[in-house]
Design a protein around this ligand. Structure first.
Ligand code: ARG
Ligand code: MN
Ligand code: MN
Ligand code: MN
Length: 298
């Protein structure tokens, strides 16, 4: 089948520069070659174009780079829709995790009952009221199921994009008080490090697949934040949290998702080459994509 790569060199969702170079780092780590090797037809669509004007912004919000995030999300949503129209698999390369707002806005135009696997150390479910940082990369999941600034919730002219009961968070270990409230209130399924340690990744992914099938989802999006993995393997991220998912558990997860055969889009975010060691984090991202798209020894 056919995969389209969409680069999103945005660092607007947080305050550490460098994550805008994520798409380059992942390309440099050989994503195209790796997936071509598996027999896919790859089209690198290039990067979403970002304007960087220095005009003093008078914004009616405390959210950092609000207008820029709106602009990037809108463009990315359009691009994802275009790629799907061509019958291709959207593979989005970040950029910080705020880009998921745009990815999900695009996907939601096609999938009315989309499943979302959020592989992350964080829940990314803050609102302007609960955010400790004002960073929009800590908000995309809440925004996508309808909680947050209306203008972000309604990117591409509609919202919400996804249903809380179709979301599964895997790898959480840093969750803010407001996020905990939302998780409880909306009954979001979370496999934190506690569950991963106790049940093992095999059971976690088996249950994930089972749950999404029971929900009768019409597509499944994998949103993989490289900080979900332990920072010993992926040090090049802006908000590292110790005690994360191992390299091997992550490969197993990707292989099991591939076997389930139901992933219809994916994004890999938060690769920051400035904070990295010799492109280690981008290398891990590409290795995991290998497993997600069917690489196996036997
Ligand atoms: N919860 C923190 C915040 O709201 C950290 C979010 C980190 N998110 C991420 N996509 N890395 O600022
Ligand atoms: Mn910034
Ligand atoms: Mn995240
Ligand atoms: Mn994270």
């Amino acid at each position: 089948s056919k995969i389209s790569i969409i680069g999103v060199p945005s660092d607007y969702g947080q305050h550490r520069r460098g994550v805008d170079m994520g798409p380059s780092a992942i390309r440099y780590a050989g994503v195209v070659e790796r997936l071509e090797e598996l027999g896919y037809e790859i089209l690198d669509e290039g990067d979403i174009l970002l304007k960087r004007d220095k005009v003093n912004k008078h914004e009616d919000t405390q959210l950092k780079n609000f207008k820029e995030v709106i602009e990037v999300s809108t463009q990315l949503s359009d691009k994802v829709q275009e790629v799907m129209t061509k019958g291709r698999f959207p593979l989005v390369l970040g950029g910080d995790h705020s880009i998921a707002i745009g990815t999900l806005a695009g996907l939601g135009t096609k999938y009315k009952n989309l499943g979302v696997i959020w592989y992350d150390a964080h829940a990314d479910m803050n609102t302007p009221e609960t955010s400790p940082s004002g960073n929009i990369h800590g908000m995309p999941l809440a925004i996508s199921f309808g909680i947050g600034d209306d203008r972000l919730v309604n990117i591409s002219g509609y919202g919400p994009k996804i249903k809380p009961e179709n979301i599964i968070i895997i790898g959480a270990r840093s969750v803010d008080p407001g996020e905990r409230e939302l998780i409880k209130k909306h009954g979001i399924k979370v496999y934190s490090m506690h569950e991963i340690d106790r049940m093992g990744m095999t059971k976690v992914i088996e249950e994930t697949i089972e749950h999404l099938k029971k929900q009768n989802v019409d597509g499944v999006h994998l949103s993989l934040d490289l900080d979900g993995i332990d920072p010993i393997y992926t040090p090049g991220v802006g908000t590292p949290v110790p005690g994360g998912i191992t390299y091997r558990e992550s490969h197993l997860a990707m292989e099991m998702l591939e076997e389930a055969g139901f992933i219809t889009s994916a994004e890999f975010v938060e690769v920051n080459p400035i904070l990295d060691e010799r492109n280690k984090t981008a290398d891990v991202a590409v290795a995991l994509m290998g497993s997600l798209f069917g690489e196996k020894l036997v």
